[in-house]
Design a protein around this ligand. Structure first.
Ligand SMILES: NC(=O)c1ccc[n+]([C@@H]2O[C@H](COP(=O)([O-])OP(=O)(O)OC[C@H]3O[C@@H](n4cnc5c(N)ncnc54)[C@H](OP(=O)(O)O)[C@@H]3O)[C@@H](O)[C@H]2O)c1
Length: 276
């Protein structure tokens, strides 16, 4: 069963949408009884954790009868820990507080828990698509030239299908693993390829149709210091954007690759389908 604010769309591959339970996590704990079975959450963890805590306060027996919880947090809790701008520091605090609250709720009710902390999610599932690599590809379509700090830092993007497969795989094993897991509760997670920013963009270009405008954009590797100097005026306009531009040169990789958990062969970037 799928729960959320919006009814799932009819799957692109046909068939009926899965049974749907309307649920807004901002209404702490909702009003109905606890769901049965096992919870997998792809919602922001700062909405999911207080919701589950509220539900546990209202229906402790129902929550205690659950088989376990798999919830999505973000690798930002690690990678933005030392950010200089307040927005990113607040994000880290919100993620960390929510992870702690979820851990406490699950421990209090004996629920096995896995927190996935994925990096850079991309790809398309049915009619839904990502809003990060697809935006980069739109930028490539618009610009004749994209300056980069050298080859840029390392990235380890994960396709939404891989993330969903890992969540289901862990959920299947959770009732057996119990709350004495042999694997870590907090799992930083990435795709199977680790590649420099410039290579990631080149592969995105290569994955477009032959005449696509994204292929024409030239990637210009500047000396990192020159790149940072050119980006400096952005600091006055938006410290958050300035830091995001600086992060292009930082290595945001080294997370557990999805295939290591799933047991199959590694899938090279980009895994398809992408947002057109
Ligand atoms: N995007 C990334 O690159 C990235 C990177 C690292 C971690 N993450 C984490 O990975 C997960 C999935 O990412 P995403 O970008 O797909 O997240 P998202 O767009 O913010 O939300 C994912 C899902 O959560 C549902 N949701 C959000 N708020 C809800 C609420 N109050 N009540 C019920 N459902 C709610 C959304 O439903 P609606 O359709 O109703 O909005 C949507 O189906 C999130 O936990 C996110 O924090 C994302």
């Amino acid at each position: 069963m799928v729960a959320g604010r919006r009814q799932p769309l009819v799957p692109a591959w046909g068939g009926d949408p899965p049974p749907f339970l309307p649920c807004d996590l901002e209404q702490a704990g909702g009003t109905g009884p606890a769901p049965l079975g096992l919870l997998i959450s792809f919602a922001p963890i700062w909405s999911f954790a207080p919701w589950l805590a509220g539900l546990a306060a209202r229906d402790p027996a129902g929550v205690g009868a659950l088989q376990g919880v798999v919830a999505c947090s973000s690798s930002s809790v690690i990678t933005k820990r030392f950010a200089a701008n307040g927005f990113d520091r607040d994000l880290v605090q919100r993620l960390r507080r929510a992870e702690e609250q979820l851990t406490l709720t699950c421990a209090a009710h004996g629920l096995p828990l896995r927190i996935l902390a994925p990096t850079l999610i991309y790809g398309q599932a049915g009619l839904l698509g990502d809003r990060n690599l697809s935006q980069l590809r739109r930028l490539l379509r618009r610009l004749p030239l994209l300056p980069l700090p050298g080859q840029g830092g390392l990235r380890q993007p994960i396709h939404c299908r891989q993330l969903a497969a890992v969540a289901l795989h862990l959920a299947d094993r959770l009732p057996l693993a119990g709350d004495h897991p042999s694997e870590p509760v907090h799992l930083p997670l990435g795709g199977d390829d680790t590649l420099p920013y410039a290579t990631m963009l080149r592969r995105l270009q290569d994955a477009t149709e032959p005449g696509d405008a994204a292929r024409r954009c030239r990637l210009l590797a500047l000396p990192p210091r020159l790149f940072q100097t050119l980006a400096a005026p952005l600091l006055l306009l938006s410290p958050k954007r300035f830091e995001a531009v600086l992060r292009m040169g930082a290595d945001l990789a080294g997370f557990t690759p999805a295939h290591r958990l799933l047991g199959g062969p590694p899938e090279p970037f980009p895994v398809l389908p992408l947002v057109p």
